[in-house]
Design a protein around this ligand. Structure first.
Ligand SMILES: [Zn+2]
Ligand SMILES: [Zn+2]
Length: 342
């Protein structure tokens, strides 16, 4: 569900859907990677805008580099399992989550620094609602993000760093190691969109949905704390993406970035706003609009826009009224088929 550079332009069309306070330019389109014929120029532009000149990915990468340089245990320390360095990582990860999700929440929702400018859905967060832990949507989201999310994030990080230090996962070596390192950094978000769609469909299998994923879906409108608010089973599955470093030659920086990208971009992609404004100008893209209908209608937009999974499997909602009507029709047919006497 990653953010990309070109799904967030202001909607100047006449057909602004009444259901959203701020829809982006519609219809939402998937990446040019899978359009035919492939337009190389469009692919390069899409890829460039997803990272530069400034993006959540680039900021998270900078945070990861700083964490690797100054706030991570050394390779020698992680050779031996000790609670000291694991707790150190937990506290660092907790602080990062509070800074990113908490900072965005305060800026956008507590102090309302940009009012409802670029806000997709102005429905307020739920209070006194028994479906949420503590009967409160924000406190529910903070609880599951910090208690389950940050703990499992830390557990995976500790496991991978320990494995790396002890030679149980392959290491980048040789003359092209820097190039490989850079290549994997760019590969991680693409891998995320591939992996996320598959596990997300899996999480919608009724039994898993009921026990795990429904916790994330308590949020029919979302804010920065909603993204990483998941059931522990979902955290385990979602963050297991990092286990790919048992297969591909890796480096502690890649492990740290991989996990921070998953955890922190869950917050940035669920802000409920298309971006942050500086004056009248949007200086960075944030929440992904195509994930909003998934939280509101559930059975659409399981994936991201880089890989056209939802288009291929008929669950794409492009935000327009005709697309919404087609989605509702599909849903009615599914309900009818489920209740058909056999
Ligand atoms: Zn879902
Ligand atoms: Zn979500």
């Amino acid at each position: 569900m990653q953010n990309t550079g070109n799904d967030q332009e202001k909607n100047h069309g006449k057909a602004k859907p009444k259901t959203w306070n701020f829809p982006p330019k519609l219809p939402v389109t998937v990446s040019p990677l899978f359009t035919k014929p492939v337009k190389i120029e469009a692919v390069i532009k899409w890829f460039f805008l997803s990272w530069f000149p400034i993006s959540e990915r680039l900021i998270i990468l900078c945070i990861s580099v700083l964490c690797w340089l100054f706030f991570s245990p050394s390779v020698e320390q992680t050779q031996t399992f000790e609670w000291g360095w694991v707790v150190h990582i937990y506290l660092r990860n907790l602080l990062l989550m509070i800074m990113v999700a908490g900072g965005l929440h305060c800026y956008l929702y507590v102090f309302r620094k940009q009012g409802d400018e670029l806000q997709y859905d102005t429905k307020p967060f739920a209070q006194n609602k028994s479906s949420f832990t503590f009967n409160n949507q924000v406190w529910d989201n903070i609880f599951w993000s910090c208690v389950s999310g940050v703990t499992i994030w830390t557990a995976y990080e500790a496991l991978m760093l320990w494995s790396f230090s002890n030679g149980y996962s392959p290491q980048v070596t040789g003359p092209f190691s820097t190039l490989w390192l850079i290549g994997i950094i760019f590969f991680i978000p693409i891998w995320e969109t591939f992996y996320f769609y598959l596990i997300h469909r899996f999480l919608h299998v009724p039994v898993l949905y009921k026990f795990a994923h429904s916790l994330h879906h308590r949020n029919t409108n979302v804010g920065p704390w909603s993204g990483f608010s998941m059931h522990p089973i979902e955290h385990l599955i979602y963050l297991a993406s990092v286990l790919i470093h048992f297969v591909i030659p890796s480096h502690p920086l890649l492990i740290i970035f991989h996990l921070q990208f998953y955890a922190l971009s869950a917050a940035t992609t669920h802000t409920g706003f298309a971006g942050l404004l500086a004056g009248d100008k949007k200086w960075i893209n944030l929440g992904t609009f195509h994930h909003q209908p998934h939280h509101r209608y559930f059975e659409c937009n399981f994936g991201a826009l880089e890989i056209a999974w939802d288009k291929w499997f008929g669950s794409f909602h492009d935000g327009t009224e005709p697309s919404h009507q087609a989605f509702m029709q599909r849903r009615r047919e599914q309900v009818r088929a489920a209740h058909k006497p056999r």
